[in-house]
Design a protein around this ligand. Sequence first.
Ligand code: ZN
Length: 290
Amino acid sequence: MPELPEVETIVRDLRLKVLQRTFIDIWTDAEKLIKFPAFPKFKKEIIGLKVEGVNRRGKNIIFELSERRILLVHLKMTGHLLLGKWRKTGALWRSEVSGPMQDDPTNRFLHLIFWLDSGQMIALSDMRKFAKVELRKASEFYSSKYFKDLGPEPLSKSFSSKELGERIQKRKRKIKQILMDQSVIAGIGNIYADEILWQAKISPFRPAESLSFWEVEDLCSAMKEVLKKAVAAKGSSVSDYRTLSGEKGKFQEIRKVYRKEGERCPKCGEKIKRQKIGGRSAHFCPKCQK
Ligand SMILES: [Zn+2]
């Protein structure tokens, strides 16, 4: 699932390409992707709206539109957004741009397409069709429980180890689960929770409340360092995530533990282990993560 660095990469690229562009048409063969309002109404309402801003909050892509509307896109499991031009041949959309848009099969699961007045198209490629797309009044969205329940942004300057400490204290759940809880901190999922805990030398199985003051400091610095590196690398394409131009990110090439079971820990040489925590796999070094 795309996490903070992947969504941030998409949002930065969108900001460069689609500001001030107006939606002129939309197509889908998977109406269930549109959660609100139902597709016919969604289509009628979005046509004519202009993109005035593109932002990220946690793993959510937020298009700020004219008439104080919000287009929310959450990519969930296998979704990613592409910007390009496609033509329909038979049942299939074929990219008119050569390169990864044509050659990488991950970029061919187009189930939702927006046409812009620039002639470009924004497409959602989503193999499993779990993504969430909504069109809402901005005032309703920003005051919704969903939006208000999101925890702080770990890369914001104001986010400190003091705030992290306050948010995880008295929590009995394992630290890895706490890091992935969007109401505690926004934007972290399976890949970066494993990478951050390895960097901070903290075992994913530790109850959050057992972390010392210094461990919380290490965790906070590791969080900022790993996430910044991953944004700079344009995210991780371990599975389906691609950038707006259909290319792979580069963080998977420099990751240390995620899906590296059996390989050697770069710090101590011990074999990396994989073990389940609440249905998700944790990858960690049993020697240097205490
Ligand atoms: Zn190690």
